[in-house]
Design a binder for this molecule. Structure first.
Ligand code: PGA
Length: 249
């Protein structure tokens, strides 16, 4: 049985004070939910305040990126042991905005996933095709290249979660249809079975991301290979995010 995960990616929004306030509100709204893993990923600077506001709750707090090293001369970077030391439980790796604007590659995704898992945290590793790739009929090839290049060595870890995020659906209001999302998820699960083994494929969680909202989460979650969502814009509003978390009604 795969426990659904609903994770919020706040991107570069919210100060520490705003984060604490939002998480306190969210706690009040989702406190009783026990059948879904709930995660919120604020900016680095808001992590301590978010952790404090979420303490003794079921809300996990995660970072949006990390460096692959333990420490070192890497100006501006944050290492996984630093996140673990704060109390973070999750790290997002390979988000398309990191790939598009900050030079993230499958090779760096591979190293970052390794670091997150090695330090005992849960890794939400992202992949997905661009509009151009979809229109060229290359979606499945792109997903296969990203999975083999960044994820293949780590699939046996129960703390690896895959997030399928078609780039054309992120922040655009243009959600993949449930059928489009299901096609990609089923393909990825089949690929995990081929690269790792069928038991791993049956256990691994695959989230969908890209304009997820309270209005579309139920139809998405009705798909058999859908194990949750990585939510950007709608996660900034605690009542929208809580409605997504409570997709079961
Ligand atoms: P969105 O972002 O929900 O605002 O489309 C999703 C994401 O980037 O993870």
């Amino acid at each position: 049985m795969r426990v659904p995960m609903i994770a919020g990616n706040w991107k570069m929004y919210r100060t520490a004070r705003e984060a604490a306030q939002t998480i306190r509100t969210l706690r009040g709204l989702v406190g009783e939910v026990t059948d879904v893993d709930v995660v919120v990923c604020p900016p680095f600077t808001a992590l301590p305040a978010a952790l404090e506001a979420a303490s003794d709750s079921r809300i996990g707090i995660g970072a949006q990126d990390c460096h692959w090293g333990k420490e070192g001369a890497y100006t501006g970077e944050v290492a996984v042991p630093m996140l673990a030391d704060l109390g973070c439980s999750h790290v997002i790796v390979g988000h398309s905005e990191r790939r598009q604007f900050f030079g993230e590659t499958d090779a760096t995704v591979d190293r970052k996933i390794e670091a997150v898992l090695a330090h005992g945290l849960t890794c939400i590793g992202c992949l997905g095709e661009t509009l151009q790739e979809r229109e060229a009929g290359q979606t499945l090839q792109v997903l296969e290249r990203q999975l083999r290049g960044g994820f293949a060595r780590h699939l046996h870890s129960p703390r690896l979660v895959i997030a399928y995020e078609p780039v054309w659906a992120i922040g655009t209001g243009r959600t993949a249809t449930p059928a489009q999302a299901q096609e990609a998820h089923a393909f990825l699960r089949g690929l995990v079975a081929a690269v790792a083994d069928p038991d791993v494929a049956a256990a691994i969680r695959i989230l969908y991301g890209g304009s997820v909202k309270p209005e579309n989460i139920v139809a998405l979650m009705a798909q058999p290979d859908m194990d949750g969502a990585l939510v950007g814009g709608a996660s900034l509003d605690p009542s929208s995010f809580a409605r997504i978390v409570k997709f079961r009604g």
